[in-house]
Design a protein around this ligand. Structure first.
Ligand code: HEC
Length: 121
């Protein structure tokens, strides 16, 4: 009898465990989380030091800490979400000849990256 109870308890627990995993898998990442993943994936950190991104310690471009509080982007554009997307998509158009290459990103990828940079207060 006692053994049976234990078996039922174990079954119950593993069911609960299964539920937990499902819930986590169903949670959608936020734009900022997707942006952080993209930043790591495309390698912005080879040129920039970026808080919260592993291995992002490049010294080619300026560090992106406190990006949310800066007034200008690359000394050219007022720092707004729209302008940040513009910069990330097309740094060579905004500032021809600067050392940041056009990264070949889509607009929605640039928006996600912008959402992450906006968390850097
Ligand atoms: C090959 C090096 C390189 C790579 C790769 C690179 N950048 Fe840059 N980035 C630069 C340089 C250099 C500047 C400075 C441009 C200027 O001021 O004219 C810059 C400027 C910036 C700025 C403006 C910073 C400020 O202080 O105004 C932001 C934001 C930025 N980059 C984001 C990114 C993101 C996001 C990525 C990845 C999608 C990226 N960069 C990839 C070199 C790079």
């Amino acid at each position: 009898m006692r053994k049976l109870t234990l078996v039922f308890m174990a079954a119950g627990l593993s069911l609960l465990g299964g539920c937990d995993i499902d819930t986590v898998a169903a949670e959608k990442p936020t734009a900022a989380q997707r942006g952080a993943d993209l930043i790591a994936e495309v390698g912005c950190g080879s040129c920039h030091t970026i808080p919260g991104i592993q291995g992002a310690n490049g010294l080619v471009g300026p560090p992106l800490d406190q990006m949310a509080r800066r007034i200008y982007i690359a000394g050219k554009l007022r720092n707004s979400p729209d302008n940040m997307v513009r910069w990330i998509l097309n740094p060579q158009k905004v500032s021809p000849g600067n050392a940041m290459p056009d990264m070949g990103l889509t607009e929605s990828q640039a928006e996600d990256i912008t959402a992450y940079l906006a968390t850097l207060e």
